[in-house]
Design a protein around this ligand. Structure first.
Ligand code: THU
Length: 151
């Protein structure tokens, strides 16, 4: 797709945007982030319309830290769901209201790429149920490398 993804594009699908954002917000409350105090929640939607949630889980040794998006995807894949339509992400420092859109980090974008079609997968970054932006994965990870390259 050449044109920028708009909210209307996701509103025309069967993707339950409000429920995804709500689920991500609930998951954010479970964040284990004693080092950064930056709490993130994510909710991923499988092709079968199941929602799996995740939070960031930090570690005293720092590098084993896992992002909320990868927690959610790991939960889904380990339960047998391997294709995804969308993910909602919310992030903010502990105790603060969400004033920024929290975009998936580069590693998470690549992990999403493994299980999603870049052109049709939606990334929803939200401050609230009513304040969100929508991007395709292709917009956030253009010209990507994926499973097809190894076939
Ligand atoms: N974090 C996420 O959970 N998702 C992202 O896409 C970016 C960063 C987490 C990792 C770490 O616990 C904290 O945010 C600060 O980097």
């Amino acid at each position: 797709m050449d044109t920028k993804t708009e909210k209307q594009d996701i509103q025309e699908t069967d993707i339950p945007v409000t429920e995804l954002i709500r689920s991500a917000m609930r998951a954010r409350n479970k964040a284990y982030a004693p080092y950064s105090n930056y709490m993130v929640g994510a909710a991923v939607l499988t092709n079968e319309l199941r929602i799996y949630t995740g939070c960031n889980i930090e570690n005293a040794s720092y590098t084993p830290t896992i992002c909320a998006e990868r927690t959610a995807i790991s939960k889904a894949v380990s339960e047998g769901w391997k294709r995804f339509k969308a993910i909602a992400v919310v992030g903010a420092p502990r105790g603060e209201t969400i004033t920024q859109y929290a975009f998936p980090c580069g590693v998470c974008r690549q992990v999403i790429r493994e299980f999603a079609d870049p052109e049709s997968f939606f990334v929803i970054v939200a401050k609230s149920e009513n304040d969100y932006e929508v991007f395709s994965l292709e917009e956030l990870l253009p010209e990507s490398f994926g499973p097809e390259n190894l076939k």
